[in-house]
Design a protein around this ligand. Structure first.
Ligand SMILES: Cc1ncc(COP(=O)(O)O)c(C=O)c1O
Length: 451
């Protein structure tokens, strides 16, 4: 009989729950890698079950080691705006690799990338940018720079804001720290966080009070312009502009951490979208097109304080490495050329509005937040404007929903306190398949009396 790949038994499964192969790999991983993972949220600790291992990815889909094909809303935690393995990006990286993986020396491509970034990102126009290898490095370096430039010690961050895992930033942190219920981190000394002040997200009044309480002491306010690491929480109208004014009035720097939102919610990031220009911007994720790249930059006067021009030291063996630059530069070129943002907006709205409608139909309380192609459905009624609101979500119910969706071929971030992302490959068929899965998943929650 002729081979028939469309026969039911050979169609890729949509059940993404860890099968025998993933479970075997996870057992091996746990023996040699702490928790079996190289970053904590991947462990599925808050949603139960074991993580499916990923073998490959293309477009909007992941393929697991168990042979399941899943619709991906994690997108490598943000970078995959062009979908996975975009042919042009893969080709650019391959070409770069053939010329050598890393030189630790100056290259033409890094100059081209810096020039493109300074043309496209409003906060970098007329300014300067430094490439690093992660979002953590970008925020950590920007804060050192802010302290060095202003000569002041203190910084302000939002509760539930996550800016990477530098010591001074692991206070009331979002993302994995929120997921695991870890308020700070062991190993961080009191001295390291003594100059970190925390305020509720979306409260300019709290920032004003902090400035009043510490006159001449605050170097910078660092904020995600759209919070993503307590789940997606948009800024209230006027919030970012108020921060801008407060910082300018106090002689402090406004640092917008656009590691997640940069090139995600608009080509010019959230600050382009909302028209508020920070002194420094931090980039990551999409800026590396799937490779480990971060960047920070802004006003020339401030950036000139960095070594070798100035006294603030920051360095990196692999900074500006050719593969990362090739992936980032090509991704940016495609985003500029194709302007996918109106389509991303439409697809995301169709998905998130659809989810909200289905939840309501099944009597499940869901508060959906979305900006462009990033969103979170919080399992609670009412609105979510800060970390305290986000924490009011029913995380057990989220966990149940996560498992139901995974069993139906939809891969969501394994935590209530994360944003979900669409790519240009999340087309109508993908959205329809997701909503069909969600219909059944909400029905299962309602049937279990958990709505
Ligand atoms: C807003 C924000 N800043 C910084 C970081 C840290 O970036 P990385 O994980 O590349 O170190 C993240 C990571 O999720 C982030 O979302």
């Amino acid at each position: 009989m002729a081979h028939d790949p469309s026969s039911t038994s050979e169609r890729p499964s949509r059940d993404g729950r860890a099968g025998a192969r993933s479970r075997q790999l996870f057992a091996a991983a746990q023996r040699r890698i702490p928790g079996g993972v190289n970053s904590p949220v991947r462990a599925f600790a808050s949603v139960g079950g074991e993580p499916p291992f990923i073998k490959s990815a293309r477009g909007a889909f992941l393929t697991t080691e168990d042979g399941a094909t899943l619709i991906d809303y994690v997108g490598s935690w943000g970078p995959a705006i062009l979908g996975h393995a975009h042919p042009e990006v893969v080709e650019a990286v391959t070409r770069a690799a053939q010329n050598g993986l890393s030189f630790g020396a100056c290259t033409a491509a890094e100059v081209e990338y810096a020039e493109r970034l300074c043309a496209v990102v409003p906060a970098l126009r007329g300014g300067m940018v430094r490439l690093v290898s992660s979002g953590t490095e970008a925020t950590m370096s920007a804060l050192r720079l802010a302290r060095g430039f202003t000569g002041r010690p203190k910084i302000i961050k939002a509760e539930g804001g996550y800016h990477g895992h530098a010591d001074m930033l692991l206070v009331a942190a979002g993302s994995g720290a929120a997921t695991l219920g870890i308020p700070g981190s062991a190993g961080v000394t009191a001295a390291a966080v003594a100059d970190t002040l925390t305020v509720p997200f979306n409260s300019a009044e709290a920032v004003a009070r902090a400035f009043e309480a510490h006159p001449g002491q605050i170097a910078a306010v660092i904020i995600e312009p759209i919070a993503g690491n307590m789940g997606c929480v948009p800024p209230r109208p006027g919030y970012l502009a108020a921060l801008r004014e407060l910082c300018s009035a106090a002689g402090a720097l406004l640092i917008l951490d656009e590691v997640m939102t940069g090139f995600r919610v608009a080509l010019g990031g959230a600050h382009g979208r909302y028209g508020v220009t920070p002194d420094l911007v931090c980039l990551g994720k999409i800026v590396g097109g799937g490779m480990p790249v971060g960047a920070y930059g802004g006003r020339e006067e401030v950036m000139r304080a960095i070594a070798p021009l100035g006294p603030v030291y920051q360095a990196g063996t692999l900074s500006g490495n050719p593969l990362g630059v090739a992936a980032g530069l090509t991704t940016l070129a495609i985003l500029e050329r194709s302007d996918p943002y109106p389509a991303l907006e439409r697809q995301s709205a169709a998905l998130v509005d659809g989810l909200a409608r289905l939840a309501a139909r099944h009597g499940v309380a869901l508060s959906a937040n979305r900006v462009g192609a990033m969103w979170t459905g919080f399992f609670r009624g009412g609105e979510v404007w800060d970390y305290s609101d986000a924490k009011g979500s029913d995380t057990a119910l989220f966990g149940r929903f996560h498992r139901e969706m995974l069993a139906r071929g939809v891969y969501l971030a394994p935590s209530q306190f994360e944003a979900a992302f669409l790519s240009i490959d999340h087309d109508d068929a993908v959205i329809a398949q997701t909503l069909a899965a969600a219909d059944e998943a909400f029905a299962a929650l309602a049937a279990a009396g958990e709505g």
